[in-house]
Write a protein that binds this ligand. Structure first.
Ligand code: ACO
Length: 428
């Protein structure tokens, strides 16, 4: 591989270093370009721009590979638990039995949330979207943890905030759900593992013991693992860029939650189920909706299809589709929307419009069907995505800090008006 690339502008040539990642990804390092030449690059939507060097997650969208810290997603989804994957992402490798036990113990010590945090729920209007509540409540955790605002926290202090955030996130998510029903919140039971505890706080009752089905816990672990990290993307880059200003961990994650909300990103899981239900109510004619998705004069898009980087298949979608079949069978649920989803996928995978544009089902195409089967309402789906993505955001935030990355501050090409003179309002 050449170790420099040449850029010719007019009669001047600039040598730019070429770098290669451990999986063979090649990049031209333009970090000195502006100083050398006065030029910047333009890449709207960052389609060709590497924003960082990262050792956390590797994905190859052309062949459909996804690995966390070198471990294939298929193996992790099959054999690991969400908490073990969180450890892997945040600390760099799989834990020993003792490390995992300590990590779980530490998390279980911090699951309680300050009682005053409950007062926020009195202020949110009923029916307010869980994602709006989640980003506010996670941002508010900084106010409840003033120690986290100190500049230059020690590694132990940072680690404590990380543990607290993982622990309190599941309590907050379950409380958002309980409050949406008008029910009292359920407190954590720390003898349970993380996911069982979450399901207990979400679906448990104060009045009687509710047994949490291990099949449900296993499906939930899988979903959270599949969402745990996805290298640089809209929400993760937001977390890194907010953190790069030295904003605290809670503020950075709260910003990531807001970025995840949009239907082109994490909000797609809610949009998929709403779309499938709409198609069902409309009579289930999938051809009609495929035609609408292809029509450039129609704003409708096939939600859950297409991905910025996966141009072959999304490996998470494959695992989720199988998990979806398994869980519905085990719970004995016959879901009509699953049949519509399968039909849509079948048609789209053979339709030249989708084939030419390399549009395949993404992770969100089937996840909503599983969430529904587990008993979650549609507007909780993106919150569950956030719960899963939390360890990835934390790992990326921690890496950005460890690399001492400078504040994120892109350039622009100004194309607005030049040299206007202020005129008095009467003369305009
Ligand atoms: N339905 C119909 N057409 C589509 C779809 C879709 N879901 N996705 C892309 N296309 C078409 C576009 O219209 C465009 O066609 P054109 O070249 O004729 O103009 C072409 O495919 C390329 O699409 P872009 O929007 O340029 O691709 P981009 O990489 O910018 O967007 C995205 C990727 C946002 C995921 C897009 O495919 C989409 O909107 N999908 C639906 C929403 C969704 O499922 N989002 C979840 C993503 S996964 C996640 O964030 C966890």
């Amino acid at each position: 591989m050449a170790d420099t690339a040449q850029l010719k502008i007019g009669d001047k040539t600039y040598d730019l270093p070429v770098i290669e990642g451990t999986e063979g990804e090649k990049a031209i390092d333009i970090s000195k370009l502006r100083d050398q030449s006065g030029y910047v690059t333009l890449d709207i939507g960052y389609k060709n721009t590497g924003a960082t060097k990262s050792a956390i997650t590797f994905l190859d969208g052309e062949v459909g590979i996804l690995k966390y810290r070198g471990y294939p997603i298929e193996q992790l989804a099959e054999k690991s638990t969400f908490v073990e994957v969180a450890y892997l992402l945040i600390y760099g490798d799989l834990p020993s039995a003792e490390q995992l036990k300590n990590f779980e113990l530490e998390i279980s010590r911090h699951t309680l949330v300050h009682e005053d945090m409950k007062k926020f729920f009195d202020g949110f209007p009923s029916g307010s979207h869980p994602m709006g509540q989640l980003s506010s409540l996670i941002g508010a955790l900084a106010a409840f943890n003033p120690a986290s605002l100190k500049q230059s926290l020690s590694a132990e202090e940072v680690n404590l905030e990380i543990i607290k955030l993982i622990a309190k996130m599941s309590t907050i998510v379950s409380w958002i759900y309980k409050k949406s029903l008008g029910h009292p919140v359920i407190y954590p039971r720390n003898q349970y593992d993380y996911v069982t505890n979450f399901m207990h706080m979400t679906f448990g009752q104060r009045t009687e013991e509710v047994e949490i089905d291990p099949v449900v816990v296993s499906a939930m672990n899988k979903l959270l693992i599949l969402h745990a990290d996805h290298e640089q993307n809209c929400s993760t880059s937001t977390v890194r860029i907010v953190g790069s200003s030295d904003a605290n961990l809670y503020a950075s994650i709260s910003a990531g939650i807001s970025a995840l909300w949009g239907p082109l990103h994490g909000g797609a899981n809610q949009a998929v189920i709403e779309m499938l239900q709409k198609i069902k109510e409309d009579g289930g004619d999938t051809d009609k909706w495929i035609a609408k998705a292809k029509d450039k004069n129609d704003p409708f898009r096939l939600m859950g299809f297409g991905h910025r980087v996966y141009k072959n298949f999304d490996p998470r979608a494959k695992i989720i589709k199988k998990a979806c079949d398994d869980i519905l069978e085990k719970l004995g649920i016959n879901d009509e929307t699953l049949e519509i989803a399968k039909k849509l996928e079948e048609v789209a995978l053979h339709d030249p419009y989708f084939v030419e544009r390399k549009l395949y089902p993404n992770v969100d195409f089937y996840s909503g069907i599983i969430y529904t089967a587990l008993g979650f309402p549609t507007d909780m789906f993106t919150v569950l995505f956030a719960l899963g993505r939390l360890p990835g955001w934390i790992a990326q935030w921690k890496e950005m800090k460890a690399n001492k990355e400078p504040i994120g501050r892109p350039r622009q090409i100004y194309v607005g008006a030049t040299d206007k003179n202020y005129t008095d309002i009467k003369n305009r």
